[in-house]
Write a protein that binds this ligand. Structure first.
Ligand code: ATP
Length: 379
């Protein structure tokens, strides 16, 4: 093999992605009177990695199961390259599926587990052997191929589950929280493995997770769901930089969600205060702030900093909990009025230290009030 050749034999690669476009048009699902998934509009392009992200109960698994054909739709349609597939049973859709429980056959070797589906489909012995060996190489399991699943680590078992799905050369791979049974270190390792396999095999992948870090690091695009509705669809950078609402912001790591009241607003931004905090910030989206209005101001811990000498802070607080994270410390500080602030700082802080905290106005995003039965804000 020369250096210019890919690590995976071309035969193991999908001949491009067989899928050009998957369209979900108004796909919804109700359980009795409860609508778990409101009409969902989504187009997935061939080769894309799309993550469905949201808290428990937001409808992610329901959406995936509707796609897989495990659940009938209440309304809407699903088109694969223009052809309706939502009326087809799961096996006719031919999607690959990887779940958190690997569901491997314990009495079969790794090789036989991967070959199983091809055998069932009546693929010839020689073709099966070739495809299985190619996929084994791709998931780095050639050395383990003769073993039974019981002798493999969790990460290796998960790789067998992925191999078993992709050896069928499915137009779409559906993954439902595939890493949630792995420990933290293995999770990180498998995360990059999944991305590598997706790329090298030219897969189109739909991936369900409640873990924003996982979604941000894996996906080309994210669909953020909340209570069965899409909050926002976008690239990781779009969602991280421009969250559409305070819920998406919370999911994207804006840990400080401050319930404040607008004091004044002009073309340059708005000023709000409450709970011993007084700050200037940037209204987002449709928000047209006016004096007296309740808003939720979102600030990331890494954007909340200790004020420079002579700089006027946005709040005076006392450090309560200090966690050591190498170069930075994670600090929880409480304002005089009892509001808890989260900040990351490179400075050395000890519990009990008084802090004046600051934030640049473009880093404080003003959203409509979250509408929680929130604590009363008294400016
Ligand atoms: P999780 O991350 O906890 O799996 P999820 O985002 O995947 O959550 P779903 O499993 O899709 O959420 O569930 C969405 C909503 O539908 C929830 O309110 C759930 O209680 C409800 N639900 C799910 N399955 C059923 C069912 N078979 N019958 C009735 N309600 C259901």
């Amino acid at each position: 093999m020369t250096k210019a050749e890919p690590a995976v034999a071309p035969a193991a690669r999908r001949p491009g992605s067989q899928l050009d476009e998957l369209q979900l048009r108004g796909v919804s699902r109700a359980y009795g009177a409860h609508t778990a998934l409101q009409p969902l509009e989504l187009t997935v392009r061939g080769g894309e990695f799309v993550a469905l992200l949201g808290p428990s109960g937001c409808g992610k698994t329901t959406a995936l199961n509707c796609l897989a054909g495990l659940l009938p739709l209440t309304s809407g349609e699903i088109l694969l390259d223009g052809k309706r597939i939502d009326t087809l049973p799961p096996e006719k859709r031919g999607f690959g599926m990887v779940f958190q429980n690997y569901a491997l056959f314990p009495h079969l070797t790794v090789r036989a587990n991967i070959a199983f589906g091809l055998k069932m489909r009546g693929v010839s012995r020689s073709e099966t052997a070739r495809r299985v060996e190619d996929v084994l190489r791709l998931v780095h399991l050639t050395e383990q191929a003769h073993k039974h699943p019981g002798r493999l680590s969790g990460g290796q078992q998960q790789r067998v589950a992925i191999a078993r799905a992709i050896v069928m050369e499915p137009p779409l791979v559906l993954m439902d929280e595939p890493l949630s049974n792995l420990d933290a270190a293995l999770r990180l390792e498998m995360r990059s493995e999944i991305r590598r396999i997706h790329q090298e095999f030219g897969l189109t992948t739909l991936y369900v997770t409640h873990d924003q870090e996982e979604a941000l690091s894996l996906a080309d695009r994210l669909v953020v769901l909340r209570e069965g509705r899409v909050s926002q669809i976008g690239t990781p950078a779009e969602l991280y930089e421009h969250p559409a609402d305070a819920h998406v912001a919370a999911f994207m790591g804006y840990r400080n969600l401050l319930p404040l009241r607008v004091v004044s607003a002009d073309a340059d931004g708005a000023l709000a205060e409450g709970r011993g905090i007084r700050l200037r910030g940037t209204p987002v989206g449709e928000l047209d702030p006016h004096a007296g209005q309740s808003v939720t101001v979102a600030v990331r811990p890494e954007d909340l900093r200790i004020a420079e000498e002579g700089e006027e802070g946005v709040a005076e607080a006392v450090a309560e909990i200090v966690e050591y994270h190498g170069r930075v410390q994670h600090v929880e500080a409480v304002t005089r009025d009892g509001h808890r602030l989260h900040l990351k700082t490179g400075r050395h802080v000890r519990p009990g230290d008084p802090l004046s905290v600051a934030v640049d106005p473009e880093r404080a995003l003003f959203f409509p009030d979250l509408g929680q039965p929130a604590e009363e804000v008294t400016p």
